[in-house]
Design a protein around this ligand. Sequence first.
Ligand code: PLP
Length: 471
Amino acid sequence: MRHLAPMTLPSLQVSMFRRVPLPFPIARTPASSCSPIVRRSLHSSPSVKMSQKLKPAARVAGNRQDVWSIVNEAAAASPRQPIVNMGQGFFGYNPPEFILDAAKGALDRVECNQYSPTRGRPRLRQALSDAYAPSWGRKLNPETEITITTGANEGMLSAFMAFIEPGDEVIVFEPFFDQYISNIEMPGGKIVYVPMHPPKEGGSKTLSAGEWKIDFDELERAVTPRTKMLVINTPHNPVGKVYSREELQKIADICVKNQIIILSDEVYDRLYYVPFTRIATLSPEVEKITLTVGSAGKNFYATGWRVGWLMGPASLIEYVAAAHTRICYSSVSPLQEACAIGFEQADAHSFWTSSITSMLSKITLFTSVFDELGIPYSQPEGGYFVMANFSKVKLPVDYPFPPHVASRPRDFRLAWFLIQELGVAAIPPSEFYTDANAHIVEDYLRFAVCKPDEVLEEAMGRLRGLREFIE
Ligand SMILES: Cc1ncc(COP(=O)(O)O)c(C=O)c1O
């Protein structure tokens, strides 16, 4: 088996694994930084234990080990170094030259190194209005219908902060993007989960990711008078589904009837391989209750730039912008400018079409190893994740899984096993389901294919080692 030199392919290295940062720093109150009154009471009351004062708030103090740290731990413990990291959805290659040049150029301009308006740089809002017009059917008003955020993630936090009061319910489909959960819980929202169901034959046949379905009766039953928002993600992470127009219409009808705000997470909106519809464009009634989310990180292969946006009616965007102002005031200026130039020039560079062609070719290349091995997978309709079904892989009965992995659903054991035995990291998707529904995906693993072809080929070579474990 080939081993790649870490020097030439740093993206293979274990150091690329990271914990997902906490959304907010853990609050600390060291006595030395307290007011004199507080300090006196801390020291004078023996009943007040310092350790309690230093305790983090419950919202950031979850004690179950998250998937990212388990995968990190497995990677560090694996004898197969360096690991091929197909787990996290960061790109293994740079944004295109014209966008990098725009970023470098922006750094030389005085005004690009200072605060931007809290709603974002006018040039970027105008560029977004122009770039979205063909798929939206009209030009959004850059002054009132678009607001720039620090990545899509902070944009969604701003949306929940803007509309959720404690006890309000938010419908989230499983599997979910994990950051939704803390973002909803932060303002006191209650999440009501509705599972997506994989196709019944998903363990024996490769089928379109579109075969993952919502049960609309389950969705109707999830709606209560307290339902304030519904989150939808299309193209979908991790499933790769692009919701059909008919499915979106059914969801929209429920939301219009019950006056539920739709948060449509469309961060993969430039990577679709079947027709893609924006839910906001179904009708003026739907547009009036929809916030659409975008991400420069996903559009331009620059997840570290932290530039995102929310678009929707002025009556909703106004409050998202107000929350964003309180959370981080404004977003990174030179990279907003670079994104503006990116949108202005993308068509001239055929960037959107080449993005699709290149990602599709990565999907085709990588999934060919599953075809070879007879491992079925969900053929992505959009995005850059592939969900493969490992029900045919038999894990050795006496395999020494650590207890905290042995106690999790089978996909965690599969992920651990792949990292230890083959040196390939993938993500167990049951992390994106509630405990009650985790069994739905316990045979699946998620692979991110947004990596250089040589990394994909290395992963494929290693995955061939699964042959001896397939029945
Ligand atoms: C579905 C989904 N939404 C939002 C995000 C976050 O996007 P951003 O990096 O712009 O915050 C991600 C990132 O992985 C994602 O997969």
